[in-house]
Every structure is written in structure tokens, then in C-alpha cells.
Design a protein around this ligand. Sequence first.
Ligand SMILES: NC(=O)c1ccc[n+]([C@@H]2O[C@H](COP(=O)([O-])OP(=O)(O)OC[C@H]3O[C@@H](n4cnc5c(N)ncnc54)[C@H](OP(=O)(O)O)[C@@H]3O)[C@@H](O)[C@H]2O)c1
Length: 322
Amino acid sequence: MKAIVYDTYGPPDVLRCDEIEKPIPTDDEVLVRVRAASVNPIDWHFMRGAPYVVRMMLGWRKPKVTRLGVDVAGEVEAVGRNVTEFEAGDEAFGSCRGAFAEYVCTAGSALVRKPGGVSFEQAAAVPVAACTVLQCLRDRARLQVGQQVLINGASGGVGTLAVQVAKAFGAEVTGVCSTRNVDMVGSLGADHVIDYAREDFTTGGRRYDVILDLVTNHSLSACRRVLNPGGTYLMIGGADYRLLSLVSVMIQSAALSWFTSQTLGLMLAKLSKQDFVAIAALMEAGKVTPVIDRRYALAEVPDAIRYLEEGHARGKVIITVE
Ligand SMILES: NC(=O)c1ccc[n+]([C@@H]2O[C@H](COP(=O)([O-])OP(=O)(O)OC[C@H]3O[C@@H](n4cnc5c(N)ncnc54)[C@H](OP(=O)(O)O)[C@@H]3O)[C@@H](O)[C@H]2O)c1
């Protein structure tokens, strides 16, 4: 089978589309014929081994796991003997290591059934983004109906999902994006859209109960100014992820938390089957429809990652596997 492999850290040129052995599922695994995968910033962090902290998990000098791709959707081809939830022919989506391939093996507990009315591409668009958004809004911020939510970076892979999930939870949503994405973010249901080229959300008059920050281009104190008492600010992405910056934000948030009723923190999402089930239900109910920006073939994964690395995707970047 064909798969994207890499054996050294670096730019997208280190990726090769090679012929490798088709995997065999262990007792707890499912063999999936991949129909679609999606690209996340974590894929290029793994590819580059950057920031250096990721090498603590992946290997210091070269990657121990030589395959890329987390979000996957496809058809179940075979199941291990302990897997009771799936059988050959089922359509499923979820997470794995090595989604950029014709086949992948992953734990049965990392997959859920794909709703009938949802395409493989749409299902592949959501696993990482859905866990991030649900764990922020539902678990960390405990979002209530009618609350004010601001999403900084509303037009990207996570942001386009966050706008829709926050609306589905009954919030009043403000999305921040560039001029060319204002209409798109509005069409997803955002009640207010701020064009960051014209307006700085930290100096406007509106106040928020929850701020999801996917860009982290304002200081913590600037964000706190527009956060209501008792509100929650979560830094999700965009920062350089250098250990020192992360530690500095952690220290600042911990110190400030002593003096304020606001909750300030970093977010690191965990992949969760429960969240895959929750997002499947929202998609099936028509409350969430993943936004797909571009599609690439398997051999074009390096181009897909190059595009995502530019930082201006409009929704998700999908790999379709014939
Ligand atoms: N902590 C976690 O667990 C976790 C999980 C998932 C993702 N993340 C991180 O979250 C971030 C977003 O992920 P993603 O998948 O959504 O990335 P993405 O698809 O690459 O989207 C990036 C978006 O950022 C927007 N943007 C760039 N500059 C901006 C600015 N000044 N103000 C507002 N928006 C701006 C871009 O929109 P324009 O083209 O309109 O500028 C683009 O749509 C990444 O840093 C990722 O690493 C973290």
C-alpha cells in the first residue's frame, strides 16, 4: 500500500509517498481502508520536530514513528478479536497514527461510526478540531445558553467548527478573522464578525464570558480587559509553543488567577471517543457542517502541509484517498 513516510525532521520535502506493507490489526485494533484524512497543525509540528518539546515524545534526533496524520475516516476492512463494536464494511471516523495512507490500523476505542448523511471528507475534518472545541466550550468554560463567546481565529480548521458548536450550545458568538473571511464566518452563524485588519477586539466595547484564542496575538492583560468577571480565557494555539513562552503564560495565568474571578489558562486537547460521538450527533442533526477549504491527493500531502503552514486556511484541508 502507499503511505506518507518520513525518517528525518524537516520541511515538507522530507515526506515521501512510499510503497509499504499493509498493516495487520492486533486483537484490539481495526484495519481501516482510508477514504479521507485531514491535516492539522500538529502534523507539521511532528514533521518538523518543532518546537523542540515535541521531540520529548517523538524522538530527539529522528522520529520514532515515521508516519503522519491523525484525523481519519474510512471503511472498516478487518477487526481484531477483542473488537466487538465494528465489523467489516462499517464506515467509521476517528484518530490514528498514520492517516496519510491507503490503510491504517488503530484502536477500536479511537473510532466511532460515521453518520450516513456525513461524507468521509466531512468526518475526517473533525476529530482533532472537535475534541479541542468541545473540551474548551463544554468542559473548561462550562458554556451556558446566552453567554458571549469570542473566537479569535474563527476562519481556520478549529475556528469554523468552534463558531458552529458555540451557536449549537446557544451562545452569542463573535468571530475574529481577516477581511476576505468575514462573510464566510457570518454564514456559519456568528452573530458578530470582527475584521482584524480594521478593529482590535481587545479595544472594542463588547465584553465576553468565554474567549477561545487560536491566534494568541494579544497580551493576556489586553484579553482580560474584554473578559467579564467570572469569564474564561483559553489560549489554544498560534503562539510559538516554545517552552519558555508556555511556562511564562502558565505562570502569568496562575498568578493572575489569585487576584481575579476570571479563569485564564492553556488548553491541550485530548483525543476522546466520547467527543467523536458528540460531534457525530451534532453533524447528524445538521447543527454542524465542517467547512472544507482544499482537497489534495495522497501523494500531494507535502503541498497540503505547505499550504496549512502558511496559516491562512479557510476551514479544513483534506486528503482524499482513492
Ligand atoms: N491546544 C490544542 O490542543 C490545539 C488543538 C488544535 C489546534 N491547536 C492550535 O490552534 C491553532 C489553530 O488551529 P487550526 O487547525 O484552526 O489552524 P488553521 O486551520 O491553520 O487556521 C489558522 C487561522 O488563523 C487565522 N489567523 C491568522 N492570523 C490571524 C489574526 N491575526 N487574527 C485572527 N485570525 C488569524 C487565519 O485566518 P485568516 O486567513 O482570516 O487570517 C486561519 O484561518 C494552531 O496554532 C494549532 O496548533 C491547538
